[in-house]
Design a protein around this ligand. Structure first.
Ligand code: GMT
Length: 379
C-alpha cells in the first residue's frame, strides 16, 4: 500500500508512534510518505520505501496566525496526486484530521478518492480538543474520518463521553519494538551517572503541566532521604526551569541531572532502576512502556490509560494523582530490596511484551485494508 502519514514531528508520544509505525510498515513492504512541517525526530532513515515531504507555510505579515491547515491540506492534495497515495493516516485530530478532510474533498472534485484514518492520541481529546473553541471542528473531523482509532480503551471512553461521536472507534494500543530494547548495551556505563550504591530514578517527558513535574521532584526527595539515589530528568518544556529551582530549594540539585531532549533514551533507561510518571492524565503513557521494555519498573498515577500499561504490583505501582506520599512509599518498597527490584524489573519487561510491534502493526494493516475495501464502494 502507499500510505501517507501525518503527524507532529517533535518529541512527543504521537509523533514517536507515527514514526515507528511508518518505519515498521515500510519494512513490511509498504511505501510510506511522512507529510509534516519538519523531519520527525525518530525518522533517521529515509530510503526507497520511506519518504518525507515538508509542509511549508509562507509567512505573510498580514496574518497574525499563519494558516498551517491550509498549507497541509494543499500539500496532501499534491502528494496524493504525485505519488498515488492510497490512504492517509493522520495522528492527532487537531488540525490533522480537519486538514485531511479538506484534502479529501478537494481530491474528490478531481475524481480521486483517498480514505482517512484518524488516530486519537490523548491531548487532542482530553486537554485541547474538548475546549469549546475547538470542539465542533474536532467532532466533525472525527465523524468524517473513514476509520478512527484510539490508543487505549480509556481514551475511547473519554472521546465518547466528551464528543457526540457517530463513528466507530477501534482501540489499537501503542506498541514498542522490543528488539531495540534487547540490552545491546552490555555496558550501560552506569558508573558515569551514579555510584554503585546509588539507585537511579528517571523521568522522561515534555515537561508540560500535565506531567506534574513538581511531584516527580517531591517523590525523589522522599526516596533520597531513605537511600543513596540520583534522578535523571530527560526532556524540555515549560516546567523544566521550575523543577530546577525546586531541586535547588530542596537542596538536592547535586543529585539531579537535567539532560534536555535526547535521542538516546534507550541508553538512559538501560541504567535506570525506576521510572516516575505521576501525570494528571495520560491516554496511554508511551514513556512508561518504553521504560518497561528496558526492564524499568514504573511508579505512576492511576489515571487515563496508564493502568492498561502499568500493572499494579507487577510492573510497578499506581497511586492517586498528586499522592506523592504513596508514590514515594511504593518507590522505596521496590528499591529497598535488591531481590524485589530484580523481580519488578523482570515483570516490567514481561508486561511490555504485550505491546510488541509485531502484534500491533498488523492491526493497522488490517484496518487500512478494511477501510480501502469499504471505501472503494463509493468510488
Ligand atoms: O503527552 C504528551 O506529552 C504528548 C502527547 C502527544 O500527543 O504526543 O502524548 C499523548 O500521546 C501519546 C502517544 O499515543 C500517549 O502515550 C500519551 O499518554 C498522550 N499524552 C496524554 O494523554 C497527556
Amino acid at each position: 500500500m502507499k500510505i501517507g502519514i501525518v503527524c507532529y514531528p517533535t518529541f512527543g508520544g504521537s509523533g514517536v508512534v507515527a514514526t515507528e509505525l511508518g518505519l515498521a510498515l515500510s519494512k513490511r513492504g509498504h511505501e510510506i510518505h511522512f507529510i509534516t512541517y519538519s523531519q520527525p525526530v525518530r525518522l533517521d532513515l529515509l530510503g526507497n520505501n520511506v519518504h518525507y515531504h515538508e509542509v511549508n507555510v509562507p509567512e505573510y505579515p498580514l496574518f497574525l496566525y499563519q494558516p498551517y491547515e491550509l498549507a497541509l491540506s494543499s500539500k496532501l492534495v499534491d502528494m496524493v496526486k504525485l505519488h498515488g497515495i492510497e490512504i492517509l493516516h493522520v495522528h492527532y485530530a487537531i488540525p490533522h484530521a480537519y486538514a485531511a478532510y479538506m484534502a479529501k474533498k478537494m481530491l474528490q472534485e478531481e475524481g480521486i478518492y483517498v480514505p482517512i484514518v484518524t488516530t486519537l492520541h490523548g491531548t487532542d481529546i482530553t486537554l485541547v480538543g474538548s475546549h469549546p473553541f475547538y470542539k465542533p471542528a474536532v467532532t466533525f473531523s472525527i465523524n468524517k474520518s473513514d476509520a478512527v482509532t484510539s490508543v487505549s480503551e480509556s481514551l475511547k471512553e473519554d472521546t465518547l463521553r466528551l464528543f457526540d461521536i457517530k463513528n466507530q472507534i477501534d482501540v489499537i494500543p501503542n506498541f514498542i519494538d522490543l528488539s531495540k530494547y534487547k540490552t545491546h548495551f552490555t555496558d550501560c556505563q552506569r558508573e558515569l551517572m551514579a555510584r554503585e550504591s546509588e539507585k537511579i530514578i528517571t523521568h522522561i517527558s515534555n515537561f508540560r503541566k500535565v506531567k506534574q513535574i513538581p511531584d516527580v521532584v517531591n517523590v525523589f526527595y522522599e526516596i533520597q532521604k531513605q537511600m543513596p539515589a540520583k534522578l535523571m530528568m530527560v526532556g524540555e518544556g515549560p516546567e523544566k526551569a521550575g523543577a530546577e529551582q525546586l531541586c535547588k530549594k530542596l537542596g538536592i540539585a547535586d543529585k539531579v541531572v537535567f539532560f534536555g531532549n535526547s535521542n538516546e533514551i534507550d541508553k538512559i533507561l538501560c541504567f535506570s532502576d525506576l521510572f516516575l510518571l505521576p501525570s494528571l492524565t495520560e491516554s496511554f503513557g508511551l514513556a512508561a512502556l518504553e521504560a518497561m521494555a528496558s526492564g524499568v519498573p514504573v511508579i505512576s498515577s492511576n489515571t487515563g490509560g496508564i493502568p492498561e500499561v502499568n500493572i499494579e504490583g507487577v510492573s510497578g505501582f499506581l497511586s492517586d494523582v498528586n499522592d506523592v506520599e504513596d508514590m514515594a512509599k511504593n518507590a522505596i518498597h521496590i528499591l529497598s530490596d535488591n531481590e524485589r527490584l530484580k523481580e519488578f524489573k523482570a515483570n516490567a519487561k514481561q508486561e511490555a511484551k504485550k505491546f510488541d510491534i509485531h502484534n500491533i502493526v498488523p492491526q493497522y494493516e488490517a484496518l487500512y485494508e478494511r477501510t480501502l475495501k469499504s471505501c472503494s464502494k463509493f468510488v
